[in-house]
Design a protein around this ligand. Structure first.
Ligand code: ZN
Length: 739
């Protein structure tokens, strides 16, 4: 180690500030250049001050030994302390000093106190930046300065008290109206997003801006500086942040707690105002917004911002309250120490433990471990929910596997360094060769175990299949006699059995009937007169036979025509709803004399149009009962069973509005692919594909009855919830199909 020859000194540009921390006072060193904060005890500061540039590290260590009794400070911890001080930039030297062993920074670098960790300085922590990317913000210090006289005038003590009392009363009121609020929230959230999405986002944005301004103003109020307000991408979602890191230089603890809680207090106050408006307003969009603001400003704020288990406002309030500035790190080190003692019968190196807990905190190790466990479980829940949501979205576009692996990699990047601290053998055993040789196989085994777990863990799986809507249990309404349509009921009408659905006229048919009737009448008159002739000659008898035969033939013919004519009136064979027939677009140029129908036969525009015999006028089905015909590809079919639940994705309909159950799974592939799916290019017509994997199987989904009308043959996608499947299962079959 050539460190001994180097002269070191404390960085002269550090700003020092004494502050209250729990029962102790600490020194806070601010690095104005990197905007980082370091926490030191009195003794540590006096140790650092020994580095005046005239002494080398070994001389300083010697001097410490004479200053402090050996039982107070061990030589190893002194070396560690100075090495860390050099690495973190508190000390500077002409040459780089210190062996780069893989120990974490001894100091909690407390950058921004709010909503963000400081830009990570260590390259090992680059993935933190992926999860929380901080975009450059705007400096608002001068604007806030200008605002302060006004704020101080408005927020006089009586006003502040009144606001607190008002918020409290409204909180009580919200408990009294709890049921109504919950019901209203439920209806609001079930409205289509298009109706209220934009005002909602605007309102939440304003609320969050107020939150940040409240932090900034409070910080300024107590005399500290607010650096900037900006946007941060947290898991890709834009979140506002306010850099009030200077608040850590505030001496009194209660002031720092006030700065941390100001954002939540502002939101609670806005929620109280929204509550008052909610009580006064009648049903309107504004009232819907009020109930949403109440929810976002109270419940979600307290759960996310106020939760000390996440690293938001609540965490800093708690850390300040118990007087442990690096609570999260101290809890983590406490758990690592505990685990190491169990695994290696060895504690962590003194320096680590000392650096984590050197402020004489009043928190017991048991409580630290409890905090760590609760925080881990809660964060795990939040991340798992978020991860599952992302995974499901990605799985719909066949990217589920990639996302699952990426999420797991990110998780491992966070977990592995932490575990390495726990699992690395203590220095006394590190020299043991057999111990060292055993490590690579052990690491390999752990890696294999992790990969295997990943591959064999069942993950939720949905199959997405193109589908088209049909009327459940329907029968066709067909015109059996040709005619001009003169009357009809509107499509969608509810009919009883025997109700007239449409009336056609056919003048030719009527004319033929009239002519035939006349002919029949004439024949019957002739027959009567022939029968009255006495005596009947042979000639007359012959004639009677001919006429009788003719009458019979005519009567038969007439009956046929009359029955045809009666079918010009089309009646409902059963009760139900009249659904429109298939749309047809007629080339008008071809219709010269007979006006033919266009689109669907029953629409008003087709009155007077000619309907050929055998034309389908519509479908008679049960109201609100629809089937979806989904086309499932062969490789997905093995997951689909009767009884699985399905949700539909249709254009202009909010997802999840229509749900159903699989009632029938075809046993052989289908040739008849509905035209609407082919014409919209949702399905390739059979025969044009290049293999058996292009075969489609019809799956019939019975939709749950719904009041919302659905158009026949409207298309979309059915998402079938199939049993959870592991990635291994899915990949292995895909590979088997491919080769
Ligand atoms: Zn906040």
């Amino acid at each position: 180690m050539n460190a001994d020859e180097n002269h070191v000194r404390v960085r002269p540009d550090l700003k020092w500030q004494r502050a209250e921390w729990g029962t102790n006072d600490v020194w806070i060193a601010k690095d104005p250049f990197a905007n980082e904060y370091f926490y030191l005890s009195h003794r540590e500061r006096s140790l650092l001050m020994l580095a005046d540039g005239k002494r080398s590290l070994s001389e300083i260590t010697q001097r410490c030994k004479t200053l402090y009794a050996p039982e107070d400070v061990s030589p190893e911890s002194l070396v560690d302390f100075f090495a860390e001080a050099l690495r973190s930039g508190l000390l500077i030297a002409s040459e780089s000093v210190g062996d780069k062993d893989e120990r974490g920074l001894a100091y909690e670098k407390h950058g921004s106190t709010h909503h963000a960790t400081p830009a990570a300085s260590s390259p090992r922590r680059w993935w933190h930046q992926l999860l929380a990317i901080r975009l450059p913000g705007v400096s608002v210090d001068r604007q806030i300065d200008r605002l302060m006289p006004l704020v101080r005038t408005i927020l006089s003590l009586p006003v502040r008290l009144a606001a607190v009392i008002f918020t409290f009363i409204m909180a009580l009121a919200s408990m009294m109206y709890f049921d109504q609020i919950a019901k209203h929230l439920d209806t609001v959230t079930h409205q289509p997003v298009t109706d209220w999405g934009v005002p909602l986002i605007a309102v939440i944005f304003v609320l969050k801006v107020l939150h940040e301004i409240a932090h900034a103003v409070t910080c300024k109020w107590f005399g500290a500086e607010c650096r900037q307000i900006g946007v941060m991408l947290l898991f890709g979602m834009p979140v506002l942040y306010c850099d009030v890191s200077d608040a850590w230089l505030l001496k009194q603890r209660w002031k720092r707690i006030m700065v941390s809680s100001a954002g939540m207090m502002a939101e609670l106050f806005v929620a109280a105002v929204a509550m008052l408006m909610w009580l006064l307003l009648g049903d309107s969009l504004l009232r819907d917004l009020c109930v949403t603001v109440m929810f976002v400003g109270s419940v979600s704020t307290v759960v996310f911002n106020g939760n000390p288990l996440l690293r938001y406002d609540g965490y800093y309030i708690l850390a300040d309250w118990v007087g442990v500035p690096n609570l999260a790190r101290q809890a983590s080190v406490s758990v690592q120490t505990w685990l190491r003692r169990m695994i290696w019968n060895d504690a962590l190196s003194d320096a680590r433990v000392e650096s984590a807990s050197r402020f004489g905190s009043r928190i017991s190790p048991v409580r630290l471990r409890m905090y760590w466990t609760a925080s881990l479980l809660y964060r795990g829940l939040v991340y798992a929910t978020l991860g599952m949501w992302v995974y499901r979205k990605a799985d719909q576009v066949e990217l589920g596997a990639i996302i699952a692996i990426s999420l797991l990699l990110v998780l491992m990047l966070g977990v592995v360094p932490w575990l390495r601290v726990v699992l690395s053998p203590p220095p006394s055993r590190r020299r043991n060769r057999s111990e060292l040789l055993r490590r690579p196989p052990a690491i390999g085994a752990i890696a294999a175990l992790v990969i295997a777990t990943l591959l064999w863990t069942p993950l939720p799986h949905q199959i997405k299949a193109p589908m088209t809507i049909r009327v459940a249990e329907s029968q066709p309404i067909v015109a059996t006699t040709a005619g001009r349509i003169v009357d009809g009921i509107p499509e969608g009408s509810v009919v009883k059995q025997g109700d007239i659905i449409a009336k056609l006229t056919n003048p030719d048919l009527m004319l033929t009937i009239a002519e035939d009737q006349t002919k029949l009448n004439a024949l019957q008159t002739e027959l009567a007169s022939l029968q009255s002739v006495r005596p009947a000659t042979r000639q007359i008898l012959d004639r009677i036979a001919v006429v009788s035969e003719s009458i019979e033939a005519n009567q038969h013919q007439l009956q046929l025509l009359v029955s045809q004519a009666s079918q010009l009136e089309i009646v409902a064979p059963a009760p139900g709803v009249v659904f429109p027939a298939v749309h047809r677009v007629q080339n008008v140029g071809h219709a010269r004399e007979l006006r033919t129908w266009d689109r669907t036969p029953l629409t008003m525009r087709n009155r007077g149009a000619w309907i050929e015999a055998g034309t389908r006028l519509g479908t008679l089905g049960t109201a609100g009962q629809y089937d979806a015909i989904a086309l499932v590809r062969q490789q997905d079919l093995r997951y689909v069973r009767e009884g699985q639940s399905v949700s539909l994705m249709l254009n202009h309909v909010s997802p999840g509005a229509f749900r159903g159950k699989v009632v029938e799974v075809a046993s052989s592939s289908t040739d008849g692919i509905p035209d609407e799916l082919v014409s919209k290019r949702m399905v390739m017509p059979v025969g044009r594909g290049n293999g058996p994997s292009d075969a489609y199987y019809q799956v019939r989904v019975r939709l749950h009855p719904s009041n919302q009308p659905l158009a026949m043959r409207s298309t979309g996608y059915a998402k079938i919830d199939v049993p959870w499947t592991s990635l291994w299962n899915r990949w292995s079959t895909t590979l088997r199909d491919a080769f």
